[in-house]
Design a protein around this ligand. Structure first.
Ligand code: NAD
Length: 499
């Protein structure tokens, strides 16, 4: 049995707390490793280490820090296959999807190569008589990130790449469900030239999270995960005077106008609704056709496509559509939601509950499910399911569809499929959701823009990656200076006279 520990002060170390949790193979249900759960002493030691290493790293010129990122990007490409395999083994997503997970993080590392430019301050000459003002962006010190299971490569990189490029030291507390890839990333950063102690990976659960939130030397905390925990981390971190940004759950709507290209919309819904078994915070989980005729056409085209989804372990090849859910607990939760939907009176057009795969009977495989006639009072509409379940919520008008998306408590992503530029423009302007797609189902912004939801999908005032990350991981110092004016043209040979 493999034992997974932590990465502290530049090397892998075994856990000392005596507490561990199981890491499962999602395809077979077997325990494939045990991961250590850190206690307060282990966490405190990592923070102390980070604190000691940080000033020298911050004193390096930003170009040198950027070069570490440059080399890190090269090493990520070199080890792409290894990383993707390790990721799929613990998470269950397909190899092409696992590579996407790495690449979306790698792109943020690439953006961070521009740190010297992004960290430039401002300067005003002659802001007063003989007075100049300039501002600089300085790192915060030791900062931390707490990340979810569903993107074990991308989200840690979204956090630690900008933090480190800014000159901070970082404590990463990744998900205990798929802990291998974050440790591999830390090793690659060391190989890329990062000094020991600047990136520490501390595996753990609530105990480690609370330790981070209460530690006086942790200056900022970035969190990604479910909304109840996001809210908890935000309020406890803020109460302790830290800078905190938390990204939570989602229920992303895709509106389909009567004039939309229906084949394109169906392709989009199949990928965005069922890709990665729906375990994406930007997955589309509600399709909102506008007009009953549009809805009938949509459901008729969706049904055979959902029935034909290829569900298998990642080892079955690259043409697999999606793999198992991450744990048995996740499987039970999703299955329970489908039962609830049936009880609530939604029409289960495709029932994936009894999907079984020969040889993988104990795996967490769930077939694609499609609900029609879902209404806004139902729990399957209101709550995040995080599985391969798509709900069709029919509406009669554009205003009704817009209202549905706008009154939902989550506001991560949203999409509109149409050929009408006027509708698209109106929609983008009025919708109260952070990331909007027009004929694009999963509008995850690229690395040099920022990522963040509105409403109960995000807490805090700055987004992830892009320029916001450089603001989040630095603080501004503003320096006002006046120099006494003196002689500027050589020596004086006559005796100075005061009058
Ligand atoms: P989760 O909330 O269970 O866990 C996230 C992190 O919090 C993990 O590191 C976990 O160890 C820790 N944690 C769990 N319970 C805790 C507790 N009681 N106290 C303190 N810490 C705790 O989330 P998950 O299941 O790993 O990830 C799925 C969720 O993340 C979904 O809700 C999804 O929408 C969301 N998500 C959001 C975004 C985004 O950017 N908005 C991106 C990816 C995932």
């Amino acid at each position: 049995m493999q034992n997974i520990g932590h990465f502290i002060n530049g090397q892998r170390v075994a856990g000392k707390s005596g507490r561990t949790t199981d890491v499962f193979n999602p395809a077979t249900g077997e325990v494939q490793a045990k991961v250590a759960l850190a206690n307060a002493d282990e966490l405190n030691a990592a923070i102390e280490n980070a604190k000691a290493a940080q000033p020298a790293w911050a004193a390096q010129n930003p170009q040198k820090r950027a070069r570490v990122m440059m080399e890190f990007v090269r090493l990520l490409h070199r080890d792409m296959d290894k990383l993707a395999e390790a990721l799929s083994r613990e998470h269950g997503k397909t190899i092409p999807d696992a590579k996407g997970d790495v690449i979306r993080g790698l792109e943020v590392a690439e953006f961070c190569i521009g740190a010297p430019h992004l960290l430039k301050g401002e300067f005003s000459e002659g802001a007063g008589p003989g007075i100049d003002i300039h501002s600089v962006r300085q790192p915060l010190g030791v900062v931390a990130g707490i990340t979810p299971f569903n993107f074990p490569a991308m989200i840690p990189m979204w956090k630690f790449c900008p933090a480190i490029a800014c000159g901070n030291a970082f404590i990463l507390k990744p998900s205990e469900r798929d802990p291998s890839v974050p440790l591999m990333l830390a090793e690659l950063l060391m190989e890329a030239g990062l000094p020991a102690g600047i990136l520490n990976v501390v595996n753990g659960d609530k105990e480690a999270v609370d330790g981070i939130l209460d530690h006086p030397d942790v200056m900022a905390v970035g969190f990604v995960g479910s909304t109840p925990i996001a809210e908890y981390v935000y309020s406890r971190g803020c109460a302790n005077g830290k800078r905190v940004q938390c990204f939570g759950g989602a229920k992303n709507h895709m509106l389909i106008m009567p004039d939309a290209d229906m084949d394109q919309a169906v392709d989009a819904l199949i990928g965005a609704g069922y890709g990665a078994a729906g375990e994406r915070c930007m997955a589309v989980s509600v399709a909102v056709p506008i007009g009953q005729e549009t809805a009938d056409r949509l459901v008729a085209k969706l049904k055979p496509r959902v029935e034909a989804l290829k569900i298998a372990p990642y080892t079955a090849g690259d043409d697999v559509d999606f793999g198992p859910l991450v744990t048995r607990e996740a499987y039970d939760r999703v299955r329970n939601y489908v039962d609830i939907g049936v009880k609530e009176g939604a029409e289960l057009v495709v029932d994936g509950r009894d999907f079984k795969l020969q040889g993988y009977e104990n795996g967490n495989f769930m077939g694609g499910c499609l609900f029609d006639h879902v209404t806004k009072e139902m729990r399957i509409y209101k709550e995040e399911i995080f599985g391969p379940v798509l709900a069709v919520a029919r509406t009669d008008t554009y205003e009704e569809a817009l209202d549905l998306a706008m009154t939902h408590e989550y506001g991560n992503g949203v999409a509109l499929f149409t050929r009408d530029g006027d509708a698209a423009r109106d929609f983008s302007s009025r919708i109260n959701v952070g990331m909007v797609g027009i004929n694009v189902p999963i509008p995850v912004p690229i690395a040099y823009y920022t990522f963040g939801g509105w409403k109960r999908s995000g807490f805090g005032d700055l987004n992830q990656h892009g320029p916001d990350a450089f603001r989040f991981y630095t603080r501004t110092k503003t320096i006002t200076s006046r120099w006494p004016s003196g002689i500027k043209d050589g020596s004086e040979f006559t005796i100075p006279l005061m009058g």
